[in-house]
Design a protein around this ligand. Structure first.
Ligand SMILES: NC(=O)c1ccc[n+]([C@@H]2O[C@H](COP(=O)([O-])OP(=O)(O)OC[C@H]3O[C@@H](n4cnc5c(N)ncnc54)[C@H](O)[C@@H]3O)[C@@H](O)[C@H]2O)c1
Length: 340
């Protein structure tokens, strides 16, 4: 039985808590949040952009307002870091140094220096560090990855990814809307597609981004369109969280190859359709569950088998942060940014 402590019981911590309840081989023995109402025995539930608001019964868990206390007093196998992004590195590093495995929510960290420290400490301690890049485990995106790697789509011509949301107003103290803490929509939301694109297609030689702000001050981070400048095909991703509040959260893709088009949108019914270049469209089968459920089940299995996670390495998650930083540079300067 893997003993887990969750740090940060906001939207994502609550999602993870609910998922662990459904897994056999794991027990959440402790939870921690600096806000005492979030770790009350019956904590109020929080809705975010994906996933239902969850009713929480925390009566069976040890509950802490101080992270260091949780780390010192509990015998944990793993700490699940669901605090705001600018704190990921500090808590994950402390957990690794205390001998625990660590999960960190995406994006890996607010800066590349923080990412590098996390990688270095994981290597030095020999503990596993898993970054929760859930889209790599999202069933419809897994279908796409399979169809590309198996050659079912054939040679690619064009790939387009979309992720658009109303502003994330649920966050404690409004930290998500402060680009200094969250990195804005580019680092927080759009990184899902960046990370998936890199895992699917490899790192492009360069990026060209345009971005705009509707409510953030300073650097343009609220809405971005990036061209990933691969040599042989077109690849574009659009992401932002400046949509009107009534706009339903949307994520999707259209990937066109010589053998057909795979089309996915949360807003369509059916959501996933393959249009063969020759023949009738159909909906490919998708695995059950969400990327959140599947990523945690995967990492619990890694810990149980003492097998480092290969589907998302910390280094690859760090690479996704680096590409977003390059996109930010491109958006501010209007120039193509080469990736090394
Ligand atoms: N994978 C996804 O699709 C997804 C979706 C939403 C959020 N996230 C990520 O999850 C992380 C958390 O986001 P959220 O939406 O849950 O935010 P949130 O504001 O709802 O929750 C963060 C919680 O951390 C607590 N906290 C802050 N500092 C703390 C500290 N030092 N010790 C203990 N608790 C502390 C806050 O009180 C709050 O309850 C972010 O990195 C975000 O990018 C991922």
């Amino acid at each position: 039985m893997i003993r887990i402590g969750i740090a940060g019981m906001g939207f994502m911590g609550q999602q993870h808590f609910a998922i662990y309840q459904g897994l056999d081989n794991v027990e959440v023995v402790a939870v921690c949040d600096k806000n005492p109402t979030k770790i009350a025995e019956a904590a109020p539930s929080i809705g975010g952009n994906i996933g239902e608001a969850t009713e929480l019964d925390l009566s069976a868990q040890a509950r802490y307002v101080c992270f260091d206390d949780m780390l010192a007093k509990e015998e944990l196998d793993c700490v699940d870091v669901c605090v705001p992004t600018h704190l990921h590195a500090e808590l994950a590093v402390a957990a690794l140094e205390a001998g625990c495995h660590a999960i960190s929510e995406k994006p890996m960290a607010r800066t590349l220096e923080d990412c590098d420290q996390m990688v270095a400490v994981a290597e030095a301690t020999g503990r596993m560090l898993f970054i929760a890049q859930c889209i790599r485990f999202w069933p419809e995106y897994e279908v796409l990855a399979d169809m590309v790697s198996s050659g079912e789509l054939g040679r690619l011509a064009a790939a387009k990814f979309t992720r658009q949301s109303p502003p994330p107003t649920w966050a404690e103290d409004g930290w998500l809307l402060d680009p200094g803490l969250s990195g804005g929509a580019m680092l927080d939301l759009h990184i899902h597609d960046v990370d998936f694109i890199l895992s699917l297609l490899g790192k492009p030689p360069a990026v060209l981004s345009q971005a705009a702000n509707l409510f953030s001050e300073g650097k343009k981070v609220d809405h971005v369109v990036t061209s990933f400048l691969y040599d042989d095909f077109v690849c574009v991703a659009e992401g932002g969280w400046a949509m009107p509040t009534a706009f339903p959260f949307e994520m999707g893709f259209q990937v066109l190859g010589e053998k057909g088009l795979l089309d996915f949108s949360l807003g369509k019914q059916p959501m996933l359709t393959f249009y063969p270049s020759d023949g009738e469209p159909y909906s490919p089968e998708v695995a059950a569950g969400t990327g959140y459920e599947r990523e945690l089940a995967y990492f619990v299995e890694c810990m149980e088998n003492d097998h480092p996670p290969e589907r998302v390495t910390a280094q690859s998650a760090r690479e996704s942060v680096a590409v977003v930083m390059a996109e930010q540079q491109s958006a501010q300067t209007g120039e193509v940014v080469q990736l090394d």
